[in-house]
Design a protein around this ligand. Sequence first.
Ligand code: HQG
Length: 179
Amino acid sequence: MDERRMVRVSKYLARHLRHDPGRIGLTLDAHGWVPVDELLRAAAEHGFPITPAELREVVESNDKRRYAIEDGRIRASQGHSVPVDLALPAAEPPEVLYHGTVGRFVTAIRAEGLRPMNRHHVHLSPDRATATRVGGRRGVPVVLVVASGAMHADGHVFHVSANGVWLTGHVPPSYLRFP
Ligand code: HQG
């Protein structure tokens, strides 16, 4: 499969496994899973046929491993806007994590901290390079350093997704370091 097709399939999966399953008549279970055969049938019926081999390739070789397959079911590993409970255990974060954003959000973030916006959690990266890529989706990246160790010590709960994205509910401004 070429790179363009790979990106198209991945975006199609993101749309329907994270944001709008109802658009193609899918219902995710409470933890975000849907049977693989149902997904493939729904996609084909709605004009976007995906072969099982393509699906496997996207799940296995996707740069971010955004999707997981288990027991014949598939789900997005993070990034949902529909209500699902990923049932991720709480995890102890490293001393610092990073958040990539852009300059136009910085004033608001200084005032209110990092908020989940349309997603369920604030997404944090384990390293500066990843955060730079995340911020770079929106413009010139600005990387904030998050005192995640101190937050955890103060009782904030963290989870880590199957693909290594750190998740937390809200990062108050006092735990942020701006460049
Ligand atoms: C910003 C991609 C104003 C925040 C990436 C971000 C990631 C605020 C935007 C994943 C704010 C939300 C998530 C506040 C935060 N005021 N703006 N108080 N608090 N923001 O897309 O972290 O490709 O929901 O800085 O790689 O950019 O989808 O979050 O710019 O892992 O797999 O509001 O999405 O992964 O944007 O990205 P998003 P994000 P996937």
